[in-house]
Design a protein around this ligand. Structure first.
Ligand code: C5P
Length: 277
């Protein structure tokens, strides 16, 4: 009997994202605190005839896409490990696309984890991380899947401790934002390094330097941040290149009350109640 292999593709957030310099290769040198949520997309793989199906609330947003990152990840794995990886992929797309929470990168990382399980490749095999690196700056972090300080273009990772269940609310105003143009709109000012210390203290003292440029492209981000700040979080900030913003709370009931309030104020916005992992 052929066994279906399933992996979760948790949403990623950047607790802080400091852009330090433009590089000559078209990327930016940055320092970022990656964290992951308990919720996200889900990916299933059944070895056999090749197919690719997208289901779930955000399936339609990807339907016109010819070459999903999952399939590119599978091709990268096949080339790196010299194996055939044919099978049926089913992606349950629960996260909004082009939204700063790593959806496509998380899906690609889940595909690599699935193929690593199937072909007995260790999760920390450097070749797996090399495949991830070639797929996108956030894919290695998503492959690691635990809190980490990212440097370089985000692919050099120093693991931090688990963040153990911190309540988090994600809010997206329904605007898709492409990463490239946001980095391009960065003003070139280095506002300094992420401070040393405990992860959440570092986050509190930090910034997202992409927030200002993202707001020039998607002004609704300002309204999301304002609404979240009014819910008395410990921290409210944009993630990645936007437009999704997150808020952290001390307790689950505070997050639940904040989510109710945001849904009542902006019924059209996407909200996800979750916890950091
Ligand atoms: O690496 P990835 O393909 O996810 O990056 C998408 C785009 O975001 C890049 O083409 C680049 O324009 C921008 N980017 C950047 N600096 C980074 C990461 C991404 O300028 N560190």
């Amino acid at each position: 009997m052929t066994q279906t292999i399933t992996e979760r593709a948790p949403a990623k957030i950047n607790l802080a994202l400091h852009v330090r310099a433009r590089r000559t290769d078209g990327y930016h040198a940055l320092e970022t605190l990656f964290a992951f949520l308990e919720d996200g997309d889900e990916l299933h793989f059944t070895p056999g005839a090749a197919s690719f199906t997208i289901e779930g609330p955000f399936a339609a947003a990807l339907s016109g896409e010819g070459d999903n990152l999952v399939l590119r990840a599978a091709r990268g794995f096949a080339a790196a490990f010299g194996v055939a990886v044919d099978g049926a992929w089913v992606l349950e797309k629960n996260l909004p696309v082009a939204s700063g929470i790593g959806g496509g990168s998380a899906d690609a990382a889940a595909a690599l984890r699935i193929l690593a399980r199937r072909h007995d490749v260790a999760r920390d095999d450097p070749r797996l991380f090399a495949v991830a690196d070639a797929l996108g700056s956030d894919v290695p972090a998503c492959l690691l899947g635990e809190p980490a300080l990212g440097t370089g273009r985000g692919e050099q990772l120093d693991p931090l401790g688990r963040l153990g269940g911190v309540p988090v609310l994600l809010v997206n105003p329904g605007v898709a934002v492409s990463t490239g143009p946001v980095f391009k709109a960065w003003d070139g000012v280095d506002r300094g390094a992420i401070v040393k210390g405990a992860t959440l203290d570092r986050a509190l003292a930090g910034r997202n330097d992409l927030e200002a440029p993202a707001r020039t492209i998607a002004p609704a981000i300002g309204a999301v941040i304002d609404l979240l700040r009014a819910t008395a979080p410990t921290l409210a900030r944009m993630s990645g290149s936007g437009a999704t913003c997150f808020a952290l709370y001390a307790r689950d009931d505070q997050r639940a009350a904040a989510a109710d309030w945001v849904r009542a104020a902006q019924p059209g916005w996407w909200c996800l109640e979750s916890r950091l992992s």
